[in-house]
Design a binder for this molecule. Structure first.
Ligand code: AMP
Length: 121
């Protein structure tokens, strides 16, 4: 699938629409999900134009891949949900149709602040 420059997260990255920003660096932007499913529901997205995790794995640079993984950990620490300073969380990426992905720009959901329940319902 080709990357859609008009997806909502592309617009957030271009600052055409606002977000409740949590963290930003050269590789990632993190902000709160507009429709939280748990007490804490954050999103972490790469700044590069990647449709999903498969696209990212094949086409992202090593620096981008490291930057995204590190970014998830930095955000978890900022939110006090990382395993070392909090009680843990779930990081989840939906991929394409069967994965239930709605926004076609790779993103990880970070759910925490409470027990997040069964992995798949
Ligand atoms: P997914 O189903 O994995 O593609 O998840 C997309 C997520 O993006 C959903 O949890 C939405 O609530 C969230 N979302 C959609 N639009 C926005 C927005 N403008 N700001 C923050 N989160 C959004």
């Amino acid at each position: 699938m080709a990357y859609d420059n008009n997806n909502i997260f592309a617009k957030i990255l271009r600052e055409e629409i606002p977000c409740k920003k949590i963290y930003e660096d050269d590789f990632v932007l993190s902000f709160y999900d507009i429709n939280p499913q748990k007490k804490i529901h954050a999103l972490v997205i790469p700044k590069g134009k990647y449709v999903d995790l498969d696209d990212f794995a094949v086409n992202a640079s090593n620096d981008e891949i490291v930057g995204l993984i590190k970014g998830i950990n930095i955000v978890a620490k900022k939110l006090n949900i990382s395993a070392d300073i909090g009680k843990g969380y779930r990081a989840l990426a939906n991929i394409s149709e069967h994965g239930g992905q709605e926004v076609p720009h790779l993103h990880f959901h970070l759910f925490g602040g409470e027990k997040v329940g069964k992995m798949v319902q």
